[in-house]
Write a protein that binds this ligand. Structure first.
Ligand code: GLY
Length: 390
């Protein structure tokens, strides 16, 4: 069945509802500025309240990204001022290599420093983002053709990449355009090709992580860290793959990216419950396992990104599905009472521990920082002709 032709009970969100949801989100972001201008926001909330932390997590870029989106909507200089304070923190972080020995340079530097350069011409933002792209290039293994996700470079137990890394590639495309040096783009293309070759299973679901052979560069095996088990379908991993393919297609319009986007999306949609917000792993389609609302926001962004690129009837179908997903998120998952939460969206899942995965178990059924960011990004994409940070 064509995923787009499926009947859904959820109505598409209207323009008025988008605007109202943005107003609620921007008010919450404004309310949070005193706590999170000189501090970072934790990756996930604790009892729906984010603690303030140092800027040393992979997720630290998502809160400043929300501030930039709020600035775009309001033009209010208080947002610009706060976001540029974060830019200085990110410049310090990359110059001093503070918790940067991993691949998440795009998650960190695109919504903060690339955004700062694009929106207000912040030179320190540009400098920091190029340093971050250089750091990401240092994670590239020509043997296997991939960017190593975690751990010491070349460590045999970490000779692997993860599906999430597709969202780090736009930083490399941006750096090539900005510097005129194709080395960044070349690595992004090789990494995307490796990901498509090995991480997408024959049934169009995805492995979270994939090990490569350090000697031959050949594929070894897929595994999970945060999904239910090695052979399950982690809901956020599938979402990173969907949005990641759309972004790859924007920068290099290769037919295999568009084809993969449609196949990954069809698998995802088949596993959605009636309210279009997945359980944290797509092996669950009903019952009382926690949801991952962030996965739905990420997919909505991917749908809207691909719609902008392809146009026509296909774009209308992508936008319609994104509007339905956002209606569900806004009506049932968004924070309405700021006395109960300082986040934007409830019911995200960072890492749920199972007997079959290797994560620690944290942020289950909580607000998650990227969930709030992509929720804002999706609303922004519905509200205006948005020029991407990615
Ligand atoms: N990139 C890690 C995660 O999605 O939890």
């Amino acid at each position: 069945m064509n995923a787009m032709s499926t009947e859904f009970a959820i109505a598409p969100i209207s323009d008025e509802e988008v605007k109202a949801a943005l107003d609620v989100a921007i008010a919450q972001i404004r309310r949070n500025l005193p706590d999170f201008t000189y501090k970072a926001q934790n990756h996930s909330s604790v009892n729906n309240v984010y603690p303030a932390v140092e800027n040393d997590q992979w997720t630290a870029g998502f809160w400043p990204g929300q501030i930039w989106l709020a600035y775009e909507h309001t033009g209010d200089k208080v947002f610009r001022y706060a976001a540029q304070i974060h830019v200085q923190s990110f410049l310090h972080r990359i110059e001093n290599r503070i918790a940067t020995d991993h691949h998440d340079m795009g998650f960190l530097y695109s919504p903060t420093c690339v955004a700062a350069w694009k929106l207000v011409g912040d030179e320190d933002g540009r400098k920091a983002a190029i340093l971050a792209a250089d750091q990401l290039l240092d994670r590239f293994h020509p043997v296997g053709g991939f960017l190593q996700a975690w751990g010491a470079m070349g460590a045999p137990d970490n000779y692997r990449y993860i599906i999430d890394c597709l969202l780090n590639l736009p930083l490399l495309y941006w750096a090539s355009r900005e510097t005129g040096d194709t080395k960044y783009r070349d690595v992004a293309l090789i990494h995307a090709r490796t990901t498509l070759a090995h991480s997408v299973r024959p049934n169009d679901s995805t492995y979270h992580t994939f090990y490569m052979d350090p000697v031959t560069g050949g594929p070894v095996r897929g595994a999970t860290k945060q999904g239910y088990s090695d052979d399950s379908e982690w809901a956020r991993g599938q979402a990173w793959a969907i949005y990641g393919m759309a972004l790859s297609y924007r920068y290099e319009p290769l037919p295999e990216y568009r084809d993969a986007f449609n196949r990954l999306l069809a698998f995802y949609v088949k596993r959605l419950p009636a309210d279009l917000v997945p359980y944290w792993d797509l092996i669950f389609t009903d019952g009382d396992e926690p949801r991952d609302s962030s996965s739905a926001s990420i997919v909505a962004c991917g749908l809207l990104e691909m719609a902008d690129i392809v146009g026509g009837e296909q774009a209308d179908a992508y936008r319609l599905l994104a509007r339905r997903m956002m209606k569900s998120l806004v009506d049932t998952y968004a924070v309405r009472d700021p006395s109960l939460s300082n986040g934007l969206v409830l019911h995200g899942t960072y890492s749920k521990k199972t007997p079959y995965n290797t994560c620690r178990g944290e942020g289950v059924d909580e607000c998650v920082s990227w969930g709030d960011y992509y929720f804002m990004e999706a609303l922004t994409r519905l509200a205006r002709n948005w020029s991407t940070y990615w």
